[in-house]
Design a protein around this ligand. Sequence first.
Ligand code: ZN
Length: 405
Amino acid sequence: MASATVICAECGENEFTIHGRNRRDADYQAKKMEDRGWKCRDCQNKETAKENAAAGLPKLKGSEKQVTWAETIRARILPIVDVVIDQAGREDPDILYGAPGFGDVPKVREILRGVTQAQKDDLVAAIRAIDSAHEWIERRDTSIADLIKTVAERRVVETEINTEERKAELAAEREMRAEATIVPTEPKTASIAELSWDQFHTIMKISMPEKNETLRQLLKSRSWRWNDGLRSWVQGGFTVEVNKIRNMVDIARALLAEGIPVCILDEEVRSALVEGTAPEREWKTIRLRLKGRDEGWLVAEWPRFAGDFYDAFRRIKGSKYAAGKCIAPITSADEIADFARIHGFEISEAAQEAIEHYRELRSRGITMAVAKVEVMKPAPNKHKPDYIPLDDAEIDVDYELLDND
Ligand SMILES: [Zn+2]
C-alpha cells in the first residue's frame, strides 16, 4: 500500500491522505482529486455558508460549531423541500424512485390538501426562515413530511395566536400551570422541572427548559436516562408500574429538596405530594415471580444508591443470580423474610402470600413439589454486579412476569 497527499485547493493548508494499491495508483487518485479541486471540510462548510447567505437565507443562531454543521444540513434539506412540495402538487409526480424525499411526496400531498398557493409560499418562506442552528441539527434525520407538517402547524398556531379565543386558551393554560407548580422554600433556580407521563402512562418524564447540573446529577444517580426523542429524562418499566403515584411524588420531593421548582399536571400526584398522603417510597423490594423458568421464586431488587445487598442475599440457601436478578426459592422463605426485615426490604403482597402459604403447608407436613434447588457458592467478586438496576428495560425484560403490587 502506498499513500499520497492531497492539499486543499482553497486554503492550501488542510490535507487529505489517500491510500492506493501501489505508488502509481495512489498518485493517480491524488491527482484526480487535485484536478477536481478537492476542498477540505472547513473550506466546504465556509462555502456552503456563503452560498446560503447569497440565497437570501437568514444567518443561523447558535454556537460556531452548531452553525457550521447546521449550514450543511440546511443546504441539503431545503432543495428537497422544494422538490417535495412541487411534486406533491402534481397530478403525476415524476420524482425518481428512491430519490431524496421520494417517500414524503404522498404524505405531503395529504398535508397540503386544500392549501392555497399563497399559503404554500408562506409555508416555504417559514421553513427558510428557521434560523435556529439547533433546530436544523435536530431535523437532520427527520422526514421532509415531518418538517413541513410541524412548520404548517406552527404557522396555524401563529395565525391563531392573535384571536381572542386562542388568547383565552393560552391564559387558561398559564393559570393551570401556575397552579400545578410547586416552588421550594429556597428555590435555587428560576426554571421549572415539568413532571409528566408518556401517552401510555408507563414512563415518567422530566423536562426542564434549561440545562441544570443539579437535576442531571440527581436523576442520573437514580437510574434515570436522557431520551433525545422525548427531550426528557425518563424512567420506565416496572419501577414505575409498581406504584406510579408514589414514584412520581418521590422524585418530585427529591427535586424540591434540591431547590428545583416542579410542575406536576397530574392532580392525583400533586395532591399526594402537597398533602403528604403518599408514603415514603420503599426502594428495596422482594417480589414473586409469576411466570417463566423461575416461577414461584422470590426476587430481590434495589437501586445502587440504596446500598449493596448482594453478598447478604447470596447467603440465603439456594439463592442465585440469574438474568440480572437476585432470586431465591420459596423453600428459603424464612431466610428471605429475615433478610427483608434486617435490611429493610418491602415484601410485596403476592410475595408475602406465597411465603405464608409455604409456611402453612410446611407446618401441616405437606411436601411441596418445588423445583430442584441448585445450591451455588457465592459468585466470585468479578461476577458481582455493580448494582441491581431498578429499571430493567434494558436487561432481559421480565417485569411483566412479576406480581404487580
Ligand atoms: Zn481548506
